[in-house]
Design a binder for this molecule. Structure first.
Ligand code: IMP
Length: 198
């Protein structure tokens, strides 16, 4: 079976992708199969640039078709911040909690009606001859305090008005069905399905 590298060290991400893409005739392998690949610096100014940097670098080193993703939380009233800096919003060694608290602080005093945000995932795909990308977006509101215990990152303050719940109040299966990453992976599944890798 033809192998495709998913440029991540995160086994949860790899498993989620393997599950969504399981009907395609490809074997998805993670970076743990390539221990010699050095850490790739995400120096891009956009999610697309970062996902392309990862996909191109890993493709160049491994020779396999490679897919890579990058995600950010974009808050309208902060002009799209934290965006590409979502993982390090409160600084280089920031924890999920530090980042969430900084966002709450930055939005202090901003009324509910002006707290719109979106999670956006960009997935890039690089082969010997082609480059493609797709994106998945989910829109919500940033609450002024945490609600729910599941998930990670900004999940406890990302509120979905239609469901009247935060991402952290959903099970993993419920979240994956509607999430930015789930939607991007679904688009990627359709893209790959049309593609004939040999
Ligand atoms: P990555 O590109 O998937 O590593 O995501 C970058 C950062 O965005 C993470 O470190 C999290 O802070 C945040 N993030 C990404 N996806 C999610 C999510 O599904 N829920 C909450 N936060 C997320």
């Amino acid at each position: 079976m033809i192998k495709i590298v998913f440029a991540t060290n995160n086994n949860n991400k790899l498993r989620e992708a393997q599950s969504i893409l399981k009907d395609l005739p490809y074997q998805f392998i993670g970076l743990n199969e390539f221990p010699n690949i050095p850490e790739i610096k995400e120096t891009g100014k956009t999610l697309l640039e970062n996902s392309l940097i990862k996909a191109r670098t890993v493709h160049e080193i491994t020779g396999f078709p490679t897919v890579a993703d990058d995600t950010g939380l974009e808050v309208n009233s902060l002009n799209g911040a934290p965006g590409v800096k979502s993982a390090r919003y409160a600084g280089g060694n920031a924890t999920y909690e530090d980042n969430l608290n900084k966002l709450l602080k930055d939005l202090e005093g901003v009324p509910f009606g002006k707290r719109q945000a979106q999670f956006r995932t960009v997935i890039s795909f690089v082969t010997d001859s082609e480059e493609h990308w797709v994106e998945g977006i989910v829109k919500g509101i940033i609450l002024n305090e945490s609600r729910g215990e599941s998930g990670f990152g900004y999940d406890p303050i990302f509120y979905l008005p239609e469901l009247k719940k935060t991402f952290a109040q959903l099970s993993m299966e419920e979240k994956n069905k509607i999430s930015h990453r789930g939607l991007a992976l679904e688009k990627f599944r359709i893209l790959l399905g049309k593609y004939n890798l040999t």
